[in-house]
Write a protein that binds this ligand. Structure first.
Ligand code: UGA
Length: 442
């Protein structure tokens, strides 16, 4: 089976590489020559643990190729995946389909009869039908199958998620498309991964509803954290116990500074916009979007308050990626927080193990530091914003010694208050009682 993968972003590149690892002939296509040249050399263009090994192995084996020539790749393909970006459209929050439509037009021109065209990008319900009609209008005499196959991989664990998903969802409208998807996912099927074959509309809805639900779960626990802070509760204990109820489940119950990334923010906005477009407002998700935006601002205000209380003007920020194991800072809470601090004239010193290069493009007038210890030098407040492993076992006495103040604000709850004993630091976290140094025993 020959596969063309259009778009080498997170979803496209990871899926293409993994399909090659399954043994299919895969050609990945991108419009940007610089990206394709790097990929041809086996260089990962995104930060994703394990990706470079798979790239190298499959390029060497000859099953994985990269090109800017979409027509050539599509003409040779049995199955064409469209995995281009669907960013938020300015003005109405809806997903911008211009890249999908542009790709569809080129696929239509180059495909041969019997091609299976699969949308892997996250698209609003009804998009598959629109794309099908567009291709059909361009090539009325060429039979093809239109499929929706949303992807559920997470950045930072994308390969594992692709290889061991909870389920694979395919939305089809004919036997030919269904058969092709069974063949493509046979290697996972052998591992007993459930393959859900449904309508295209269902598949499109399943993707958005999944992300919207998960974002809602995170927002729920963040609000419970606020209540814990006011009532003397501990959100970790509460989350642990409610998560043991199988109907709720323990995942996505970590309170923090609000969700970010390239998916939850844009997908919740698009889900809400779709509800409005169809006259069925998705009030829950509308609230999730609003609460999450406010949360990022209130986290910044909290830090500004601590800095003012300390009579100081310097905050160290540890971690700016929206979560660990990625260099992605898209819609990261850190961006709003750093901007708000700078807006108040506060000096910001930043360290991140992977995202400093991406950060430099959007965050200005801040000091970039080579290590967490360099970042905390002279800081009145240290704000831990991303739960990278390197921050989990900091030498807290050394941190206290390097700082000018003594406030550590852990917005990811990666420390237990007793870890701070004897450090000389004042510890604040999310949804847990604040512990002052004097109340901790060494
Ligand atoms: C998310 C989904 O988890 C994937 O299943 C989906 O395929 C992907 O979006 C997508 O649509 O492409 P991702 O954005 O990589 O994946 O990141 P997540 O691990 O889901 O985290 C999203 C945000 O929620 C992060 O900012 C994270 O810090 C936050 N979060 C997550 C919490 O604050 N608490 C939690 O308990 C879990």
């Amino acid at each position: 089976m020959n596969i063309a993968m259009i778009g080498t972003g997170y979803v496209g590149l990871v899926s293409g590489v993994c399909f090659a690892e399954f043994g299919f002939e895969v050609t990945c296509v991108d419009t940007k020559p610089a990206i394709i040249e790097r990929l041809q050399r086996g260089e990962a263009t995104i930060y994703e643990p394990g990706l470079e090994d798979l790239l190298e192995r499959n390029i060497t084996a000859g099953t994985l190729r990269f090109t800017t020539d979409l027509a050539e790749a599509v003409a040779a393909a049995d199955v064409v995946f469209i995995a281009v970006g669907t960013p938020s459209r300015r003005g109405d929050d809806q997903a911008d389909l211009q890249y999908i439509m542009a790709a569809a037009d080129q696929v239509a021109e180059a495909m041969r009869p019997g091609t299976v065209v699969v949308i892997k990008s996250t698209v609003v319900v009804g998009t598959g039908t629109k794309v099908r009609d567009r291709i059909r209008a361009a090539r009325p005499n060429v039979p093809f199958s239109m499929v929706s196959n949303p992807e559920f991989l997470r950045e930072g664990s994308a390969i594992e998620d692709f290889m061991r998903p909870d389920r694979v969802v395919v939305g089809v409208e004919d036997e030919h498309g269904s058969e092709a998807m069974h063949r493509v996912y046979r290697p996972l099927y052998l591992r007993e991964t459930p393959l859900i074959v449904t309508t295209r509309e269902n598949a499109e809805l399943i993707k958005y509803a999944t992300n919207a639900f998960l974002a809602m779960k995170v927002t729920f626990i963040n609000q419970v954290a606020d209540l814990c802070e006011k009532t003397g509760g501990n959100v970790q204990d509460v989350a642990h116990a409610i998560g043991m109820d199988n109907r709720i489940g323990s995942k996505f119950l970590h309170a923090g500074p609000g969700f970010g990334g390239s998916c939850f923010p844009k997908d919740t906005r698009a889900f809400a916009a779709t509800g409005r477009d169809h006259g069925v407002p998705q009030k829950l998700i509308e609230s999730v979007v609003e609460i999450n935006e406010k949360r990022k601002r209130s986290m910044a205000e909290r830090l500004i308050g601590f800095a003012r209380e300390a009579g100081g003007n310097t905050v160290a920020v540890l971690g700016i990626s929206f979560k660990p194991n990625t260099d992605d800072i898209r819609e990261s809470p850190a961006l709003d927080i750093v901007s708000a601090l700078r807006g108040e004239g506060i000096e910001v010193r930043i360290h991140d193990p992977a995202a400093m290069e991406t950060g430099k493009a959007v965050l200005h007038d801040v000091t970039w530091c080579a290590s967490p210890y360099e970042a905390v030098e002279g800081a009145h407040v240290v704000a831990l914003l991303t739960e990278w492993n390197v921050y989990r076992a900091l030498d807290l006495k050394r941190v206290a010694k390097e700082m000018s103040g003594k406030v550590l604000v852990d917005l990811r709850n990666i420390y237990q208050p007793q870890d701070l004993a004897g450090s000389g630091l004042e510890y604040h976290s999310v949804g847990r009682p604040t512990l002052l140094e004097s109340s901790l025993t060494d």
